[in-house]
Design a protein around this ligand. Sequence first.
Ligand code: LAN
Length: 722
Amino acid sequence: MESTHLRPELEKLIAKTDISRWRLNIAKDSAETWEYLSEEDSKKRPLTFKEKYYLGIDPEAKKLGPAKTPLESARNGFEFFRNLQNDDGHWASPYQGPLFLIPGFVLSYYITQTPLPDGWATEIVRYLTNHTNDDGGWGIHTEGESTVFGTVMNYVVLRLLGMEADHPVAAKARHCLHGLGGAIGAPHWGKFWLACLNVYSWDGVNPIPPELWMLPEWIPAHPSKWWCHVRMVYLPMGYMYGERHACPVNDLILELRKELYVTPYSEINFRKHRNNVNPIDVYCPHTCLLDSINWIVEKYVHYVRPNFVRTAATRAAYDLIKIENENTDYACLGPVNACMNTLCVYFHEGPKSYAFKRLIDRLREFMWIQPEGMCMRGTNGVQIWDTSFALQALYESKLIFEKEYLGNAQKALNFLDNMQVRKNVGGKGYRHSNFACWPFSNVTQGYTVSDTTSEAMRAVMMVQSVPGILSRVSRNRLRWAVDLLLTMQNDDLGFASYEPIRSGAWLEKINPAEVFGKIMVEYSYPECTTSVVLALKTFSNLDPEYRLSDINETIDKAVRYIEGAQRPDGSWYGSWGICFTYAAMFATESLAIVGRTYANNEHQKRACEFLLSKQREDGGWSESYIGCATGVYTEWRDTSLVVQTSFALLALMNAEYPDREPIVRGIRFLMKSQRDDGSWHQKSMEGIFNKNVSIAYPNYKFYFSIKALGIFADKYGNSIEN
Ligand code: LAN
């Protein structure tokens, strides 16, 4: 059972559902939705082990006792972890952390007058209450200090979900908000949502002209060249901004207009506050270039723009929104554009339209019930990513060769077989080809990611080589995935996340979202690049005839990129996990797979020295998300963490670090941290995005620990004696 963020002193003040009545439904495409059953129905459907675990009810796992050897520890870990595998073969994930997502969900339901499913409002309020900071506010993620963005948006959520303004939790949050100067200092994305709700004026939102979509595509700043998450968010934002849709005024809106500001609403000149963002919120300040462009475009929108241009532009944006919805069967790329698209469709096609109903339905897949209430996840699940790594851990620890685990492996393989994309939407709505890719979550969402495709491919190839496993993914399907990967290398020789880089990093100068860094375009990442290198190399060992010279050339170049991305101190900066230990785990494996080790390679040597300089007294490693924001290695409080320890150990073992002693100390830390039932607990966050937002990957503590322990037992001997 996971320990949680429960705050009993606050919980006393709010309502709670009967936690034992929640059940997890898994759809055919692995979509995960929680449902609150009636008392009668819940009796007919006993809680499963998994449900209990996720809900914080003791699942009464088998006690295995402390492990005596690393392999036993890995086995105990998998004994526990296999209980969390779903019948369709995948592992689910409470993928929480960001605190700017729930508001989009609740506002979309509220503005479109859609009732929330039973029990949801209560549990969302409980989650937010349990995650308030001591000052009563919220940050941009659960570990961050209170900001205007986090506080105003989540305060609004509490009020929309029925909390009275004088409730102690609301009153304290409002006090915090006022202390921060009120909603007027919200960043661009906050101002946007508040304008949709009609508690802020569209005049006070910096321009998001839908006309951008009518510009000629060759222009380097054309939105089709932006990072897909940014273009897919600015698309519905542009539509809403162009149409200036807003929730009809009602009593609650009038109350909120009074509560959110420190001056009377009617006296605020919103146009003057477009650039008023509380410094506490600012991660990426406006440049003069951005301010100048905003100044000109705002004048154009206000005084010059003919109505027919506006209508044509919002039409063009809407056509693209429709394409995104249809391409993803209404799952949408991510939680932000899914909520915004729902609003656009509601206003454009009405509440009775098929598209609106589908979107509303699908939005529920982002929500997850935790012991401390209901959160919104960063994606519609982590199914493929987690299942791929779980399979790899099973293989690399050699546990897969123990008969009792073959069934788990086969089920996971079957799942990956079902999740490879068969239908290509490449070219539609500026999408990169997705034929033969494995997305991050599921086949429905369907977006190519370079590393999720690679990691899934690698898992498939590993498992299909195991005697007793029934192969499911044909040679051709792997070849098609290779073809796709080979279209994705950047000119700087690395690989980016969803697409090859389409425009220059100078576009960051017009990044309008003050709260995120490095979001405007794609970049090469050591993590993504490594995954591709590993997949291509593993593939060419299996199928050496297929495009061998293309593959070898790609790998050579990619490894050059990895070496070049190393910092002088021997570290690599991680963009998707926290942080330097994460990147080291990837980069060192790239080098290892082409035969470069501590014994023969300067880069590996420097990587090991860097990691060893960070090893703590207790044998482990510890990193905080702060290091991602500042670029400087930063420990998380005064304790080692299971996940970062596994990252560092895997990196040292990738490099074949010759001295067993420091590695044994790390392995001992992992074993000491294991509970009697084989599970681990990670005290802090594992992942990060856009430099500033941390996000949990709760399955990392299982599969990366199992992998580290298993590889250690295999390569360094199955004992923790020195
Ligand atoms: C993710 C999650 C997975 C992650 C990896 C596969 C680990 C990475 O190697 C490549 C990038 C990717 C796919 C990724 C990109 C950004 C995401 C989708 C997220 C971090 C999860 C949530 C985040 C998304 C942007 C959240 C919504 C916020 C916006 C600013 C739009």
